[in-house]
Design a protein. Sequence first.
Length: 92
Amino acid sequence: RKLVYVWKETCTPAQVADKVKKFFYYYGVNRHKMCTLTPSYHAEAYSPDDNRFDLRPFLYNAKWPRQFATIDKLVEAHRAQQQQNDCEKKES
């Protein structure tokens, strides 16, 4: 919803939905690559951030069925709201 508001000048809600879906698809497909380096691989001798405590899952279902269905429902709701607003403007 926020991206539709932020990008309202450049993208339609359907285009925003496509961009979000594409982003999360590729995030899900490539997330496992973030975990391929061993925690001890660093350019410095000491680093406080060695990824040992990164508890995010690294294998995702890249299809995101529930999330993408929710996005599709929001796009349809927005489209229906736009049609209703257009009909009300024509009647006025």
